[in-house]
Design a protein around this ligand. Sequence first.
Ligand code: GCU
Length: 694
Amino acid sequence: MTISMRFLKGYFHMKEYDCWLQGGFKAALKAELLAAIRAEEGGVPDKGTDAAILRQAAVELRDGLLKRFGVRAVLSGEPGESGIFLGRASWFLERYGERLPEIGGPGGFHIGVSEDRVVIAGTDAAGTLYGVFRFLALLALGEIKPGSAITESPAVSFRALNHWDNIEGTIERGYAGGSLFFKDGEARYDAERLCDYARLLASVGINVLSINNVNVRTSSKLITEDCLPQVAAIAGIFRPYGVRLLLSVNFSSPEVIGGLDTSDPLDPKAAAWWKERAALVYRYIPDLWGFLVKADSEGEGGPFQYGRTHADGANMLAAALQPFKGECVWRCFVYDCAQDWRNTAFDRARAAYDHFKPLDGQFADNVILQIKHGPYDFQVREPVSPLFGALTKTRHTMEFQITQEYTGQQIDLCFLPWMWQDVMAYDTGYGAKVRELLGSGGKGSPSASARGGLEGLAAVANTGLDNNWTGHTLAQANLYGYGRLCWNPALGAEEIAREWCGLTFGPGKTARVVREILLASYPAYQKYNAPFGVCFMVEPRHHYGPSIEGYEFSRWGTYHRAGREAIGVDRTGKGTGYSGQYPPAIAAVFDDPKRCPEDVLLFFHRLRYDFRMKNGKTLLQNIYDTHFEGYDEAEAMLAKWQTLENALPAAVYQSVRERLERQLVNAREWRDQVNTYFYRHTLIPDEQGRKIYA
Ligand code: GCU
């Protein structure tokens, strides 16, 4: 079937595997304009990474035009009058004496369209590649026309995706099949598929990729000579796409793979071991971004074992990486997971700030602290971590979780950019919103000194070997949205949904309906989940579905303490004092239950069930209402999807429908278990008399 016939039939043949790089579009530019690609490095033999990226950019443009628009373009290095001109801005100047508009920082590009020329110019090789992908995306969305002039550059230089893949081939918190990189204890992969993955990541600007789990365990051996050739081969696949590898390393490696009797960061033996090891690793992968470390957390070894600080630990690794311009990305998810639930003075939410704020300024220049966006652990709703804005002398990055551990495990639909936009819009109280801290690349932000600021994002990947990459086809939107957010933290959920739906489902009505479903999904999920930011009412271990007291008496430090009269943890100055980690003006808002944002009300307060919320109803009635509404909204999402039965390939339609049906079962469990639990505790009925299981 030809592309135009598809349009005549009004049928856009969405292929799950292709994600947001679908075929079947019609370009709003005349074919002659697209017929020749005059590219810097088009067809030139290898001369290093930049050349490889530039060549890839030209190939992506040619192949993308053919596959996505049915336009056959010839790739040539020849000068000419018309066509698409592709290269670095410096090339335009040298070759054509042409000065292009000011583009901005690394990775940026300019796209300009005139009657007989399309210009795609990057500040550098990666920018040229990003310009190609953006050009193709905007062309598909119908936003490229004669006269278009677009200039963009990424807000931050560190746009990372973290895989939690184990070399056995499994994925910790993975919901989309096995690992793309590993199987049976070694690196084993489908090279063609990895190229497709690299393309997807580059198309949204992701430039750092860690391939192994932060709980390193058996993948500790990846930095040995047994495995390094394989890891280097993976790095080679991603390199032409401007994506550099980062490796998760085991802090205890000197003992685990080095045979030493210590990993003490202040012991010269351990430090020397890491220096040698880094040199070995960089022999195989000269452009490795660096090491990613989870230390002293949930059973992983770390500096605390030796009475050392996290600055001691991170700086030792940083020193080993420094000769190679490598960076040590050090996670701040450090807390004591051996709690006694009886101890109400303990508050896990305090941990990251308590551990890391006092160390601000003590980290080497090539250390980046990686901080989860909330103080707990990727819950459906948490306040933003008080470390953002508070760290002024240490480079750092914010960590999200795209894989839906606590947000429905890619069975339930939950469009995460909805939550991320709230994080970005959060005013830290230090003179900037999170997105402003990011937007300035950390350098010029009000709170950052020359040595450090918030300069990147990282997120745990939601991809695996499933044909549609993400288990739930619509969960592709979360990966897309994350990349776009790294590029531009000011992008809202609606804009991201509009782009993704248009690119994935084409120009018709289907995209509009899917957008409505996506945008409804996060509010629905939040409503039927744990109420008002109280968190952790999930099934222990696997974390799918409700278990109201599943973590109530465990060692993990995550308690809601619901009783007959009240629920929640008092984290104000009168309670655990957590709110005092925020600047006073912000703390004052959180401390006042009348002013505290209601979606985190129970995160900060212990409140009686008859507490009056802003709508005049009691807390308890609001719990009932949100849980009935959340279920109804999930039901409406399914009904809306069912209207698309004839508009989509059967397999796509069925797989999403099946998941939305399972979501409804889950939403029903949440609704009924939460409502029943609170009814049984309070014996106060729902004022609307809806069904609660007394
Ligand atoms: C969560 C998750 C773990 C993961 C950890 C982390 O606690 O359940 O599987 O290892 O986060 O971020 O390190």
